[in-house]
Design a protein around this ligand. Structure first.
Ligand code: SF4
Length: 223
């Protein structure tokens, strides 16, 4: 998705480098989830969201760091299909009154069961770790909790299993949200305190990435 060979100059920019680093972290999350779900399946535990669910997006607005907003902005800009789909078109998506977006998240499409997220490939960290992730507790321990919308799978050790119980039942542990969160904060520590609701973070990101792409023109003869 991100291999824009005819925009190689973009990947040499600071924004391009940060997007690539975030992409690597997102791939690691996918790998960790795949391993956990795969190990569970080997032991007869079927872990998956209910079909056509999307309930975790209802009434939810993700908070994102600037680099996550840049990633989404880049995704939107390179996937625009209509000549009129510039940053202005994407700004209109962010209107809370957009009819297709009854929830606070402007990218939730209730009318597309099974494909409710219109930016699924570019969704932020918080949206990637619903369901199968652990969090650090205040006392330094780790807590695991199944998504409340997910029925308890047969063979799964309860809705809030301990690390030991999970390890016994599945043979491995799901990804820890805090580990990945620290990795994303480290991409640009100077903006680590600028976490904002997606709807606020995206307009400046669209302007930023659009301007950067403008100065990284397509190379017609590039492979
Ligand atoms: S970005 Fe996608 S997954 Fe995250 S809340 Fe919005 S619609 Fe849901």
């Amino acid at each position: 998705m991100w291999q824009l060979h005819n925009r190689r100059a973009f990947w040499d920019t600071s924004a391009g480098q940060q997007i690539l680093t975030l992409d690597l972290i997102f791939r690691k999350i996918s790998d960790a989830q795949r391993i956990f779900v795969g190990r569970a399946a080997q032991r007869g535990v079927e872990l998956s969201c209910p079909p056509d669910c999307g309930a975790c997006c209802h009434g939810f607005m993700p908070d994102v760091l600037p680099v996550e907003a840049d990633y989404i902005a880049f995704f939107l800009l390179i996937n625009q299909n209509n000549p009129g789909d510039g940053p202005e078109g994407h700004f209109s998506l962010l209107s809370p009154s957009t009819p297709a977006s009854p929830s606070p998240c402007p990218f939730y499409a209730a009318d597309r069961p099974g494909a409710n997220c219109r930016i699924y490939e570019a969704r932020p960290l918080i949206c990637r770790l619903f369901g199968f992730s652990g969090t650090k507790t205040k006392n330094g321990g780790t807590a695991y909790r199944l998504c409340r919308h997910m029925p308890t799978p047969r063979g799964f050790p309860g809705r809030s299993p301990t690390q030991e119980a999970l390890q016994r039942a599945i043979g491995t542990l799901p990804p820890l949200m805090s580990d990945f969160s620290i990795g994303i904060l480290a991409i640009d520590p100077s903006r680590a305190s600028e976490r904002k609701p997606l709807v606020e973070a995206l307009p400046p990101a669209l302007a930023r990435i659009s301007a950067t792409l403008h100065y990284c023109p397509e190379e017609p003869n590039a492979a």
